[in-house]
Write a protein that binds this ligand. Structure first.
Ligand code: FES
Length: 131
């Protein structure tokens, strides 16, 4: 029998939460793990300074896809600032298992994509102000 943490990871992998497209997303970001080519794409709908909705799509190992699924649940409703402060340890805590360095890269792929989306959003805001 797998540990409860592994069961939860596998459940997120098999039944990903917030999976798919978000047609009214205000920002989208995508990245891949160069070691294996696994992909995570995130769509955020940001209103004011809050993430009001999120979806993700991706292809890859159980850890990368489960962490993306868990992260979408975690960030829905957060402010941009709260989401920006999330770090590697938050993602590892969320998964609840010990990870080898290679697996840490799997776990943090979705975090990297989230940060990319946030910085893209902040960049767009800056452009709006300047333009
Ligand atoms: Fe590719 Fe995990 S093996 S992200």
């Amino acid at each position: 029998m797998a540990s409860p943490e592994i069961e939860i990871i596998l459940d997120h992998y098999r039944n990903p939460r917030n999976f798919g497209d978000l047609p009214d997303a205000t920002v989208r970001a995508k990245d891949s793990n160069p070691l294996c080519g696994d992909v995570v794409e995130m769509h955020l709908k940001i209103e004011g300074d809050r993430i009001v909705d999120v979806r993700f799509k991706g292809k890859g190992c159980a850890i990368s896809q489960a962490s993306a699924s868990m992260l979408t649940e975690r960030i829905k409703g957060m402010t941009i600032e709260e989401a920006r402060r999330l770090g590697r340890d938050d993602v590892i805590d969320m998964l609840g298992v010990q990870l080898s360095p290679v697996r840490v890269k799997c776990a943090t792929l979705s975090l990297k994509v989230l940060k990319l989306a946030i910085y893209t959003h902040l960049g767009m805001k800056l452009d709006e102000k300047e333009g």
